[in-house]
Design a protein around this ligand. Structure first.
Ligand code: SDX
Length: 428
């Protein structure tokens, strides 16, 4: 329902009258769906000022450092809820009762195994294949297992698909790690909770008993929560666009995995730890900050900056606290934390970073925690993808539940040749 209107005039002539639509919070939006008839398109590469959809899942106020999932603040969820509860909230819109939570946990627990044939897919990868490459392939291949049982217009079948993905992503992720280590795959156990099960599938070996550390499981669970969803980021928008054609949801999630892999997005946590290791010592921080400010140097400080947060990323605040807790509880004295703290201090006081509003983002501290837990760097983005799967599939489900859902089909500003005469090759 339009609340007010925007008039577009060009050279003094009114070209269009566009409704302005209000959401429940955040910016109002100018509805430009009728603008094409005027002979104009809007132009917004990178979508700096474009709302691609209507959503009730996650709200971000970049200026105030606010992140809420279904209205619940991220710091409350990270400290008071566990990841599976956050999954329920994202998928269903509100916090579960105890009975609803228990039923949901039981469903997820009983979907954690993958079809035995999926183990064969891994054999096609080289031993040194990046786990994200394996995840892209294996998740896409899941569509071959559930193609028939999938009427995406049926909410119940969409939810079953969501349950399968939330349940199986840790199993597949751990399998990618085990394959890269040359160790046997480890089956999930139904007596462990979500985070404990993941660590069990990652680190237990047939040769000895593996006892999951409650500290590591709690830290893992919090990392999952802090990465669960984040509005219309690049990978979520990728899933929505793929899903808008009616594509199989497992293939859509595989597209999200591929998009997240980029170092400007979810690949930043791996890149950030590599950067901290390259800096190596507090004494070299200034040298790298200088490189980041040098316009002629493509180097960027990984883990800094954000398209939306121009104040601070609330997840980074919680991640920083968790980082200190985990390292203290584990008695780990990681010099990389000193480097990270020094880098953060220098960057937050440097006029370049202040002017460009570059603050630590969710990826800045996560790498240090994951390293302390014993997760290899190559698995960092896999864990991000695993955590974000619930966000991706929640947005996919919301999109398909909305009336009048259309295939995404942007236009362009064309700058190529036009009306050229073609001379056949034999005459050229
Ligand atoms: C995630 O969208 C999401 O919500 C993503 C995410 C999620 O949960 O889904 O939050 C997860 O992807 C977090 C971001 C992780 N990426 C990194 O940490 C990589 C390093 N950061 C950047 O590459 C960059 O900050 C982005 C990609 C995050 C944001 O890029 P923008 O908004 O397109 O900003 P920009 O590239 O136009 O930069 C603006 C200015 C530029 O300088 P000028 O051209 O204006 O002179 O800031 C500079 C940039 O050069 N800049 C940096 C910088 N990031 C931006 N300079 C040094 N170091 C950096 N990290």
């Amino acid at each position: 329902m339009a609340d007010s209107k925007a008039s577009l005039s060009i050279d003094g002539k009114e070209v269009a009258e566009l409704p302005i639509l209000k959401g429940s919070a955040g910016n109002d939006v100018i509805d430009i769906r009728t603008l094409g008839a005027s002979g104009y398109f809007t132009y917004d590469p990178g979508f700096l000022a474009t709302a691609s959809c209507e959503s009730a899942i996650t709200f971000i106020d970049g200026g105030k450092g606010v992140l809420q999932h279904r209205g619940y603040p991220i710091d409350s969820l990270a400290k008071e809820a566990n990841y599976l509860e956050v999954c329920y909230i994202l998928l269903n819109g509100t916090a579960p009762t105890k009975a609803e939570y228990d039923e949901f946990e039981n469903i997820i627990t009983n979907h954690t195994m993958v079809h035995e044939k999926m183990a064969n897919f891994f054999q096609g990868f080289r031993a040194d294949a990046h786990p994200m490459a394996m995840l892209c392939g294996i998740v896409g291949a899941m569509s071959s297992f559930y193609h028939d049982d999938l009427d995406i217009t049926d909410p119940a079948q969409r939810m079953r698909c969501a349950h399968r993905l939330v349940a199986k992503m840790p199993t597949i992720s751990a399998m990618a790690y085990k394959y890269s280590m040359g160790q046997p795959f480890v089956y999930p156990r139904n007596d462990l909770n979500y985070a404990e099960n993941f660590l069990h599938m990652m680190f237990s070996v047939p040769a000895e008993e593996y006892n999951v550390s409650p500290t590591l499981a709690k830290a893992m669970d919090r990392i999952f929560t802090l990465h669960a969803d984040h509005e219309q980021n690049a990978s979520t928008s990728t899933v929505r666009l793929a899903g808008s054609s009616g594509a199989n949801p497992y293939a859509c999630i595989a597209a999200g995995v591929a998009s997240l892999w980029g170092p400007a997005h979810g690949g930043a946590n791996e890149a950030c730890l590599t950067m901290l290791e390259e800096i190596g010592d507090v004494s070299r921080v200034d040298e790298f900050v200088k490189k980041a400010k040098d316009k002629n140097d493509p180097f960027r400080l990984m883990g800094f900056g954000h398209r939306v947060y121009k104040n601070f990323d609330p997840r980074a605040t919680v991640m920083r606290e968790t980082c200190h807790e985990v390292l203290e509880e584990l008695g780990v004295n990681d010099p990389l934390l000193d480097v990270a703290m020094a880098l953060e201090k220098v960057a937050l006081e440097d006029p370049y970073f202040i002017e460009k509003k570059l603050y630590p983002n969710v990826d800045f501290y996560s790498g240090i925690i994951l390293k302390a837990i014993g997760i290899p760097t190559s698995m960092f983005t896999v864990i991000f993808a695993m955590s974000r799967t619930v966000g991706w599939i929640s947005h996919w489900d919301e999109m398909l539940s909305q009336p009048g859902q259309k295939i995404g089909r942007p236009r362009q500003k064309y700058t190529g040749e036009i009306n050229r005469e073609f001379t056949p090759l034999k005459n050229r």
